[in-house]
Design a protein around this ligand. Structure first.
Ligand code: NAP
Ligand code: GLV
Length: 313
């Protein structure tokens, strides 16, 4: 491992950071790697590895060059008030993309094969052979067809579902009917049986899962939400579930996490709560990518999975 002069600081609002710092120190012997307890002189820090840096916590790092998220999303970094004009990177990892595809496939099958109805029947000891239809009769529509959305779309298409996608800019993907931009949003929603949210959280997408989106879906559609909690209007999803406009929802991310025990979403009809586990990056993958990006930074090479702060993702 070549020597470097700067310090890498693992600091932020995640209990994973000290553990990741310890792993990075093992994998990059000789590099100065610190966590919140061993920080030392902030002026030596040129790389911060973080999740939701606390307000003001990045300000003392006067020689910062890179802030690296430990997750696939960079919203947790970009929301920092007064973020300096430095590189921002996020995690892009094939195993994480596979996990997300598995989670969404499970949800799509749960609703399409009517396991939700069968679980309710079992609770009432009812033997009822609910109708079964081919996957090709079900359209899964994915909002956000980036690294994760495209991988999910490909797996679902292989599983036989009709798949459509909605992105900000025009793009093509084999076996996926693509829509883009606000002008095509309602046409996209109108043909979707199961809507999947895999958007990044940006000023344009905050609160997007609201009544206008639910009402634009066919009556009885279902939702799989694995984007960010702030995409979701909690009042509107409860109304949509109560009215049957949404037949069911699988929700992994919430406006407040952990979801408080008193939150009505726990008891919303036909809503499955999972605790933000749809896709979690492995420690080795996170540390490997961070160290690789630090080497690239030092060598003046383009960084892997850099985000565009102006675009917001
Ligand atoms: P990505 O590669 O940056 O893709 C983002 C996609 O969203 C792109 O297709 C982009 O369109 C589209 N998009 C952005 N703004 C839009 C807008 N205003 N209207 C329409 N489309 C828009 O992101 P990713 O790696 O796939 O990750 C997506 C998100 O998943 C992350 O940001 C994170 O919030 C979430 N996530 C959740 C978990 C979990 O466990 N629940 C795990 C990992 C990630 P273009 O293609 O035109 O740019
Ligand atoms: C999880 O939500 C992530 O951004 O990796």
């Amino acid at each position: 491992m070549t020597a470097r002069t700067g310090t890498i600081a693992f600091v932020g609002q995640s209990r994973d950071l000290p553990r990741l710092a310890a792993l990075a120190a093992v994998r990059a012997p000789g590099w100065r790697i610190v966590d919140a307890d061993t920080l030392g002189d902030p002026a030596t820090v040129d790389v911060v590895v973080s999740w939701r840096p606390a307000p003001g916590s990045l300000d003392p790092f006067s020689n910062l060059k890179l802030v690296h998220s430990i997750g696939a999303g960079a919203d947790n970094i970009l929301e920092y008030a007064g973020l300096p004009d430095v590189h921002v990177c996020r995690i892009v990892d094939p195993d994480l993309a596979d996990s997300m595809a598995q989670y969404v496939l499970w949800g799509a099958l749960h609703f399409h094969r009517q396991f939700d109805a069968m679980l309710r029947d079992q609770a009432g000891k009812t033997w009822r052979r609910v109708s079964q239809r081919p996957a090709s009769s079900c359209t899964v529509g994915i909002m956000g067809v980036g690294v994760l959305g495209a991988h999910v779309a490909t797996l679902l298409a292989h599983a036989g579902f009709r798949v459509s996608g909605w992105s900000r800019s025009a793009k093509t993907l084999p076996n996926v009917a693509m829509y883009h931009g606000d002008a095509q949003r309602d046409a996209f929603l109108a043909q979707v049986d199961t809507l999947v949210c895999l958007l990044p959280l940006t000023p344009d997408t905050a609160g997007i899962l609201d009544r206008t989106v639910f009402d634009a879906l066919p009556h009885g559609a279902t939702l799989i939400h694995c984007g960010r909690g702030a995409h979701l209007n909690a009042t509107d999803i409860q109304s949509a579930l109560r009215s049957g406009q949404l037949r069911g929802a699988l929700v992994d991310v919430f406006p407040q996490e952990p979801l408080p025990a008193t939150d009505p979403l726990w008891d919303a009809p036909n809503l499955i709560v999972t605790p933000h586990i749809a896709a979690v990056a492995d420690d080795d993958a996170i540390v490997g990518q961070v160290l690789d990006n630090v080497r690239r930074l030092d060598a003046g090479l383009p960084l892997h999975a850099a985000v565009d702060p102006a675009r917001g993702y």
